[in-house]
Design a protein around this ligand. Sequence first.
Ligand code: ZN
Length: 277
Amino acid sequence: MCLFFERLPEMSLMRSSHFPVIHVLLLFAVVLLAACARAPVQRSIELPPPQTAPVPPLPRPPVPRQDMTHTVGPGETVWRIGKMYDVPAKEIMRRNRINDPRELAKGKKLVVPLAAAPVPIVTLYPSKKWKYIIIHHSATDEGDALVFDSSHRLRGFSQGLGYHFVIDNGSFDRHDGQIEMSPRWLKQQNGAHCRANRMNYRGIGVCVVGNFNKECVSEAQLDALVYLVNKLRRYYDIPLSRVIGHGQVKGARTDCPGKRFPWREFRRRLRTAGPAS
Ligand SMILES: [Zn+2]
């Protein structure tokens, strides 16, 4: 269980992902997911148009193409889902009878026809705002961006999911090591993941799904985390000393991202990974 002793204003921002009541909230979130699937179609979030920097994806594993099911996460677009599986957006639209690519129901299950193995699609935006990268764990066995978005809304976060990125662990039909971009990242908004030392305003919040007080980060998650953090820190010129865990933030009294988080291996790989990694 993630220890959590931050002062009250911080708890109001963070306890949705760390407080033990998350188990209850996740149950509500699952119920909400069913409701989301039937909710009126929600306009997906438009990417800020100018000067974005799509990141070269990781090599795609050579596995046979096959039809795959993909649950639409917060802020996802047909275009991005198509890039993830190397399938034209129009093929996904045709198969799922989507007429307007700008509209996708969050939580909708899509069939991705003849999908290749998925790779993360990460977009970077010019900004002088980001000075730190803050690593969290979800302190839950399961979860994904959609689940945490629902639970954070239940906690009163009007903008939903408080992190900027979520790295999945294979639960909720997500792929182990899948990187999900949050709407907060797409819109370059402040986070709601670490109020201590003003990190919500200058720290990129990355949540790795799992409880790393009692389990280990998977290889696929660590690969994805190294890939993501290196892309972020190089683009935003963030030194390794500012890639820190939530619990290492001044004033944050928590052991997040867990006592078993592999800091030594993580930092070794950040230092030694090649420029394309
Ligand atoms: Zn945390």
